[in-house]
Design a protein around this ligand. Structure first.
Ligand SMILES: O=C[C@H](O)COP(=O)(O)O
Length: 256
């Protein structure tokens, strides 16, 4: 049985005050909730404050980050290292988000290198994959997801996916309110899992595949009722403690 993981990607939002308020609000909302791993990925500058806030509260919320780079030290101006993130308690690191693929021109190969470096540093990659609207309309969804996954599988072996998280995020559903239907998302998740199973049924059976793209308290339960949807990567709704906690609770309820 796969353990559900609900992660909040705060993107470029927040302030010191918001970090403390949101995390304390979440701790209160999630009191007594079991059966789901809840993670947050604040902007990098707030990871330190988030760690201190979570530690002070004795919180079970997992700390993550939205990106990392390919070196742990050296002359790499502006980079962020897995070792530094780890020192601040961040374990679940989002890579390959479509916003970074688009605005920072990150290729499948570059994302795969980040995946390997995170694993080398003992961190959990949250690997985002997903198609654009045009690719979706052209019927290329599964091929695009397979290509993005194969960048990892063909260089590091399918076992590299053990312990990692995959987040299927159709780009056209991100921040648009135009979420994929639960049935469509399930179909793609099953095809992603089947693609992995071509290399290893065991890895495919165990890997957590989250859905991301306009997940809200109102639609979350329908996603989690699907057998191949193991959690969610949440953007907008993760900025509100009650909304994000409601999504996490829906996962705990559906997967028990
Ligand atoms: O990483 C999260 C996703 O991009 C989803 O964002 P959203 O929930 O605002 O659509």
């Amino acid at each position: 049985m796969r353990h559900p993981v609900v992660m909040g990607n705060w993107k470029l939002n927040g302030s010191k005050e918001m970090v403390v308020d949101l995390l304390n609000g979440l701790n209160a909302e999630l009191e007594g909730v079991t059966g789901v791993d809840v993670a947050v990925a604040p902007p990098a500058l707030f990871v330190d404050l988030a760690e201190r806030t979570l530690t002070d509260a004795g919180s079970a919320i997992i700390l993550g980050a939205q990106n990392s780079d390919l070196h742990n030290s050296g002359a790499y101006t502006g980079d962020m290292s897995p070792a530094m993130l780890k020192e601040f308690g961040a374990s679940h690191i989002i890579i390959g988000h479509s916003e970074r693929r688009e605005y920072h021109h990150e290729s499948d190969e570059f994302v795969a290198q980040k995946f390997a470096f995170l694993k080398e540093n003992g961190l959990t990659p949250v690997l985002c994959i997903g198609e654009s609207e045009a690719q979706n309309e052209a019927g290329e969804t599964v091929a695009v997801c397979a290509r993005q996954l194969d960048a990892v599988i063909n260089t590091q072996g399918v076992e590299a996916l053990n312990g990692a998280i995959i987040a299927y995020e159709p780009i056209w559903a991100i921040g648009t309110g135009k979420a994929a239907t639960a049935e469509d998302a399930q179909r793609i998740h099953a095809q992603i899992r089947a693609h992995i199973a071509e290399k290893s049924e065991e890895v495919a059976k165990n890997v957590v595949i989250q859905y991301g793209g306009s997940v809200k308290p109102e639609n979350a339960a329908a996603y989690f009722a699907q057998p191949d949807i193991d959690g969610a990567l949440v953007g907008g709704a993760a900025l509100d403690a009650k909304s994000f906690a409601a999504i996490a609770k829906a996962a705990a309820e559906a997967k028990k």
